[in-house]
Design a protein around this ligand. Sequence first.
Ligand SMILES: *[C@@H]1O[C@H](CO)[C@@H](O)[C@H](O)[C@H]1NC(C)=O
Ligand SMILES: *[C@@H]1O[C@H](CO)[C@@H](O)[C@H](O)[C@H]1NC(C)=O
Ligand SMILES: *[C@@H]1O[C@H](CO)[C@@H](O)[C@H](O)[C@H]1NC(C)=O
Ligand SMILES: *[C@@H]1O[C@H](CO)[C@@H](O)[C@H](O)[C@H]1NC(C)=O
Ligand SMILES: *[C@@H]1O[C@H](CO)[C@@H](O)[C@H](O)[C@H]1NC(C)=O
Ligand SMILES: *[C@@H]1O[C@H](CO)[C@@H](O)[C@H](O)[C@H]1NC(C)=O
Ligand SMILES: *[C@@H]1O[C@H](CO)[C@@H](O)[C@H](O)[C@H]1NC(C)=O
Ligand SMILES: *[C@@H]1O[C@H](CO)[C@@H](O)[C@H](O)[C@H]1NC(C)=O
Ligand SMILES: *[C@@H]1O[C@H](CO)[C@@H](O)[C@H](O)[C@H]1NC(C)=O
Ligand SMILES: *[C@@H]1O[C@H](CO)[C@@H](O)[C@H](O)[C@H]1NC(C)=O
Ligand SMILES: *[C@@H]1O[C@H](CO)[C@@H](O)[C@H](O)[C@H]1NC(C)=O
Ligand SMILES: *[C@@H]1O[C@H](CO)[C@@H](O)[C@H](O)[C@H]1NC(C)=O
Ligand SMILES: [Cu+2]
Length: 578
Amino acid sequence: MGASYPPLPAFLVALLLAFFCFCDFPQVANAGITRHYKFDIVSINVTRLCRTKSMVTVNGQFPGPPVVAREGDHLLVKVVNHVSSNVTIHWHGVRQLRNGWADGPAYITQCPIQTNNTYVYNFTITGQRGTLLWHAHFQWLRATVYGPLIILPQLIASYPFPKPYKEVTIILGEWYNTDPEAIINQALQTGGAPNVSNAYTINGLPGPLYNCSAKDTYRLRVKPGKTYLLRVINAALDDDLFFTIANHSLTVVEADATYVKPFETELLLISPGQTTNVLLKTKPIAPNAKFFILARPYSTSQGAIDNTTVAGILEYKTSSNAFKSKRLPVIRPPLPPINATSVAANYSSRFRRLVNAQFPANVPQKVDKKFYFTVGLGTSPCAKNQTCQGPNGTNFAASVNNNSFVLPSRAILQSYYFKKSNGVYTTNFPRFPPKPFNYTGTPPNITFVTKGSKVAVIPFNASVEIVLQDTSILGFERHPIHLHGYNFYVVGQGFGNFDPKNDPKNYNLVDPVELNTIGVPSGGWAAIRFFADNPGVWLMHCHFDVHLSWGLTMAWIVRDGKLPHQKLLPPPSDLPKC
Ligand SMILES: *[C@@H]1O[C@H](CO)[C@@H](O)[C@H](O)[C@H]1NC(C)=O
Ligand SMILES: *[C@@H]1O[C@H](CO)[C@@H](O)[C@H](O)[C@H]1NC(C)=O
Ligand SMILES: *[C@@H]1O[C@H](CO)[C@@H](O)[C@H](O)[C@H]1NC(C)=O
Ligand SMILES: *[C@@H]1O[C@H](CO)[C@@H](O)[C@H](O)[C@H]1NC(C)=O
Ligand SMILES: *[C@@H]1O[C@H](CO)[C@@H](O)[C@H](O)[C@H]1NC(C)=O
Ligand SMILES: *[C@@H]1O[C@H](CO)[C@@H](O)[C@H](O)[C@H]1NC(C)=O
Ligand SMILES: *[C@@H]1O[C@H](CO)[C@@H](O)[C@H](O)[C@H]1NC(C)=O
Ligand SMILES: *[C@@H]1O[C@H](CO)[C@@H](O)[C@H](O)[C@H]1NC(C)=O
Ligand SMILES: *[C@@H]1O[C@H](CO)[C@@H](O)[C@H](O)[C@H]1NC(C)=O
Ligand SMILES: *[C@@H]1O[C@H](CO)[C@@H](O)[C@H](O)[C@H]1NC(C)=O
Ligand SMILES: *[C@@H]1O[C@H](CO)[C@@H](O)[C@H](O)[C@H]1NC(C)=O
Ligand SMILES: *[C@@H]1O[C@H](CO)[C@@H](O)[C@H](O)[C@H]1NC(C)=O
Ligand SMILES: [Cu+2]
């Protein structure tokens, strides 16, 4: 036992608590300050499912360390690469106003940080608060290099919902028994689909429903009669996940770091790259049971998927300050079928942005630039001297408007800034599908994609509408499309082909949900709108890494405005070179 101190006077305790109200994050009392983080990229050995493997991590932690800041803070994250792989870090959902240099996607906004090199991500969090995530943005490194990014509000009292007793982060991921880089490299070489993961994880732990895994179970220990804020993040590589807790309903209060009109649900659906904050009200009296926390995919893919279930356990602390015996029964909640598209659609339709004087919405009512993009799979021909394991002896590919994006060998943002686009990118990204067909009917018999590093250019502050249309080529899927540098409003969505005459009549231009990643309905479409007020080069892509690797991506160039504060900032001096 340590030395004993005289107890603090009660008023002092109250005063301290008032100052450090976010009891989970006492280190972030002030706002508007500079916070320093150091990310050492190192390999460690990690054991799950009775297999030990070497994995790339930040600071030897899996999942990676939480980055916690307040709205208005400056972040300086020094990344030092000690591994043989290249690396970059993306601050997923951070707007990076005029500052694409800190956004992170390799060969889009920066060259990768090579072995033994260092780069400082230098950015300010402006006008945003909520749960986001950070992750590697180089090949499939984000399978192990990811963590929470938590932006607390500036003022203690400013949550638009009752102050939670505690805050808890739940980050969902995917575990591969072998090296994820080897898996995608093998797939790109053979043309076939990559091996699927062996487990899902909650905070890095697969839980008791897998063999040899019971000791690696996440436990959420709660007190009765309290409200907990769960910050749920999907950092999985390739899977939308249903999430549920037995016998407890959840109140959704935030999505992708914007507040939503609260609604109650038994079940969440969360795409890779999405975040959902929910309130969990615990039962008034500790029950004589424990409760499974489960996550399992939603998918309509025709290919193989990892259809396993990760489990954590919610357990109650009793008044005697101990957790009850392990023999308590564990209650298992139901989960919808893996292909439950109607459940997915009902859930998505419930989101409305919270709109009030403090959080006004700025939904474009008129549109300057319209785009119609198909998103889906395709193929590319097999080289003559090869055998390919994709559909009908081809290579799997994926595309936006039938163009499969090719990563250049130099970064687009630098090339743009220094006016050296030659050989890096072209500005001819198609605004509409080059060959229209019935996108949700019988697919065309030729499924070959075009290839190129094509970008679309938009003027500063244009109001933009993009309709994202899923295609039937090689099967419908719910593609989670993520836009860098922006949030957007989801003004409409539906099944079948988008109808430009009738569908806009049903748009919600009042309180549509504001996201950075939209799950485009499987066999349907989604319409998004935003003002192009952030100059730079911004990637837009499917957040399934397999589709990203196959080319389901494109980039925007948003031009500078006329005024000085409407221009892209100059690059930092330590920007990596390639
Ligand atoms: C990981 O395990 C391998 C093989 O068992 C061993 O050679 C290596 O030193 C270990 N690495 C670390 C960082 O512990
Ligand atoms: C990185 O640094 C280590 C230690 O100085 C050195 O052994 C290694 O060769 C370097 N690797 C590269 C690729 O520069
Ligand atoms: C971060 O960026 C700001 C402004 O863009 C600059 O003034 C500052 O020197 C930078 N800090 C570091 C450590 O690079
Ligand atoms: C993928 O799975 C196949 C079949 O199980 C196996 O032979 C192959 O080694 C796996 N590839 C990697 C990179 O793990
Ligand atoms: C667990 O192990 C048993 C026995 O070895 C095996 O039959 C079963 O398929 C395994 N289950 C999983 C999910 O791997
Ligand atoms: C998961 O997929 C395997 C292999 O395709 C199949 O045998 C099994 O029935 C599926 N399990 C569930 C729960 O859908
Ligand atoms: C979901 O899958 C089951 C089993 O494969 C199938 O019977 C059912 O028709 C599918 N449902 C939908 C909505 O596609
Ligand atoms: C296949 O042919 C191409 C040229 O057409 C050549 O570059 C490549 O090395 C060949 N690959 C194999 C596996 O022979
Ligand atoms: C594969 O070829 C068969 C027969 O030529 C055709 O019916 C089928 O549509 C093709 N599938 C794909 C995915 O191209
Ligand atoms: C597209 O195909 C679907 C499914 O076959 C069909 O229901 C729909 O009427 C077709 N749409 C058009 C415009 O042809
Ligand atoms: C592909 O479709 C076109 C037009 O729909 C048709 O003319 C052509 O014969 C078809 N090719 C094959 C291989 O089925
Ligand atoms: C790392 O990045 C450099 C610069 O783009 C590139 O030349 C090199 O091939 C990359 N290394 C790996 C292993 O991808
Ligand atoms: Cu996709």
